[in-house]
Design a protein around this ligand. Structure first.
Ligand SMILES: Cc1ncc(COP(=O)(O)O)c(C=O)c1O
Length: 383
């Protein structure tokens, strides 16, 4: 048999597998309520689309500098001043091919093969698999109903001091739970990692999408902090494949060389268009109000269907819900929901290989009609 690499023997991203099957069923004529991936149901804001059309006519759209076009880096730096009152130099901003590329660049720039990274469980599945692909090890911070699905300083300390973690990766608001870490706790964790020479990768991709309080950033908080962000979520630009990082100044040149070789540059059309995203706040806030409404409909519907135990969804656009009353196999359950009832949702095992069999994640980022219909179907099901 032809040999293939051991490193590529990774787990599937199950949410994407569900998406594939859901799209196949939809193509065959089935009506599917899409709640499987974290994908806004809205197009990119009008100003972004207009800027893209203009760029197609007026710009060369070739490669850009590896770190990204200067106007976008400047606009992102200004966003930190406007939004968080944090001063960032444009030279610290690295434009990436979605935050997905940002993870690869961050890990390669700071860690060597075999190094250990602490990640949340449940957490975004790609953290675990990207680390594996790069010959890095992960230790998991177990999050559950008891600790409110929030990482504690004690768990971080243990990961560093007992399990040798050289880096910590956290997302707030989180995928899959939507939970948000308070500014106070985030700073406490960041102070600890800084004092102990541990890298802190802060995945802030769901910033802008919190419903009761604003999310805190650790951008610019120290020489061992990398912030990852993206236009995919709040800015409704998933398929434009464009994101950014804020890195310590001394790391920018290293990031530049890595990006030159790995990706050359992020998509130039998306870079030009993304500059306009920060001035589309009225439209984006309107989209967010819809998420807020969808969240209410979904939470009420889940409770009415008997699923009363879920992580309080502070932000993002997910509800992570306990379905142990009806199944101990979330993958099989997600297949039944999709194939029999036309509801596409993600199995908990995608996010948590230990306790995820009893959990499901529903995304409410799609159209309200999908959420309403999903809830109606759930109410009619006898599991
Ligand atoms: C927590 C988290 N981080 C990163 C990503 C990757 O997003 P992108 O590469 O589109 O920026 C996602 C996508 O769902 C996510 O949920």
């Amino acid at each position: 048999m032809v040999a293939v690499s051991k490193r590529s023997d990774i787990a599937a991203f199950l949410a994407m597998d569900v998406l594939r099957e859901a799209q196949d069923l939809a193509r065959a004529g089935r009506h599917i309520c899409h709640m499987e991936v974290g994908q806004p149901g809205s197009r990119a804001p009008l100003a972004v689309r207009e800027r893209a059309k203009q760029a197609i006519d007026e710009e060369l759209l070739g490669y850009t500098q590896a770190l990204g076009i200067w106007p976008l880096r400047e606009r992102i730096a200004a966003h930190y001043k406007e939004n968080y009152d944090v001063t960032i130099e444009p030279a610290q901003v690295v434009i990436t091919t979605g935050s997905s590329a940002g993870f690869i660049l961050s890990f390669l720039a700071t860690l060597d093969a075999g190094d250990v990274v602490a990640i949340p469980r449940p957490g975004y599945p790609c953290y675990r698999e990207i680390l594996k692909l790069l010959d890095l090890q992960s230790v998991e911070l177990p999050l559950d109903f008891e600790n409110g699905f929030l990482p504690t300083i004690e768990a971080v300390t243990e990961a560093v001091e007992q399990k040798g973690a050289k880096a910590l990766l956290l997302a707030s608001p989180s995928n899959p739970t939507g939970r948000m870490i308070s500014g106070e706790r985030l700073n406490q964790i960041c102070d600890y990692t800084t004092k102990n020479g541990v890298w802190f990768f802060s995945d802030e991709i769901y910033h802008g999408l919190s419903y009761d309080a604003e999310a805190a950033t650790v951008a610019g908080a120290g020489e061992q902090v990398i912030v990852l962000n993206s236009f995919s979520k709040y800015y409704s630009m998933t398929g434009w494949r464009i994101g950014w990082m804020v890195v310590p100044s001394f790391l920018a040149r290293r990031m530049e060389k890595l990006n030159q070789h790995l990706f050359i540059s992020a998509p130039s059309l998306s870079q030009y268009a993304a500059v306009a995203a920060f001035d589309a706040l009225d439209e984006l806030e309107g989209i967010k109000r819809q998420y807020h409404r969808n969240r209410e409909i979904l939470c009420e519907g889940l409770v009415a269907a008997g699923f009363t135990n879920f992580a309080p969804p502070d932000g993002a656009f997910y509800v992570y819900v306990d379905v142990s009353s009806v199944t101990d196999d979330s993958l099989a359950f997600s297949q039944t929901l999709l194939r029999k009832h036309g509801i596409a949702a993600s199995p908990g095992v995608d996010f948590d290989r230990v306790d995820g069999q009893r959990m499901m994640r529903f995304s409410y980022a799609g159209p309200e009609a999908d959420v309403v219909e999903a809830v109606r179907r759930l109410a009619g099901v006898r599991f």
